[in-house]
Design a protein. Sequence first.
Length: 326
Amino acid sequence: MRNVSVRCILICVVLSSLSCVRSDLELGFYDKSCPTAEKMIFGYVKRHVPNAPSLAAALLRMHFHDCFVRGCDGSVLINSTRKHQAEKSALPNQSLRGFDFLDRVKSLVEAECPGVVSCADIIALVARDSVVAIGGPYWNVPTGRRDGLISRSSEASKELPAPTFDFTALRSSFSSKGLNLKDLVVLSGAHTIGVSHCRSFSNRLYNFTGKGDEDPSLDSFYAADLRKNKCKTPKDTTTIVEMDPGSFRTFDLGYYKHLLQRRGLFRSDAALATDAATKSAIIQLVNSPMEVFFKEFGLSMEKMGRIEVKTGSAGEIRKNCAVINV
């Protein structure tokens, strides 16, 4: 009987200690510790992003790239050093931009509440607020994330889904992060406000199978137009192309309509229409009011924002988003 009691006490102690280490994200996490934080962040985004609307896509992409490597922990913001290559150095992240914008937001918040608001939370809030600022959907952003202490280029190269992925690879990548096919479809909708460099898809235009051919899944008229007016050579590394031609600054259903016309820019975009379930989901979105897409996108963004988060006493609250605290 005494042994049972001792075991019960030990279990209670262990559970109690775990509850101190881990806690859930929550809405209004900073209401007491930094009550003006979210308002300040939204105000800054609202003032500046409408003047540079392409930033919305960049900041949304930053959040995605952060969450897919070691979870949503701000590790994508850490600078490389002479001895260590951080996530920023990985090829998929070399085209990320908006780091200076996030640094300015962090400085603003630090001036008000030093050492309180994490860079990981700032990324998540800025991504949502920048989409709202250009007329896109609003979604809840529970906060309480802490910043990670590890950032490795090799992990970013391995974990981030590539624009060359087929459906099987995409499904596996998203599934490994706890995201289902519905999440895959609606989160891909972020491409409605994006742009890409030719190098990310030029093989679909010039050398898809290594024989100088184009990708047969790409609409031939669209491919010809891209070769003539945009990506004029296979080695073009500077030209940018709209992911959603005609409305790339508007958060709408245009991206999905292009997919159904076989005009998705990446192979990974086109792949969504090769599976019966995801193609059906695309058709359903296109035939539904815009509010349906907005709602579903918001739900999947909130879900993505919880991937492998660090809370409680894990990680740290970085003073400078680019540098781990000394």
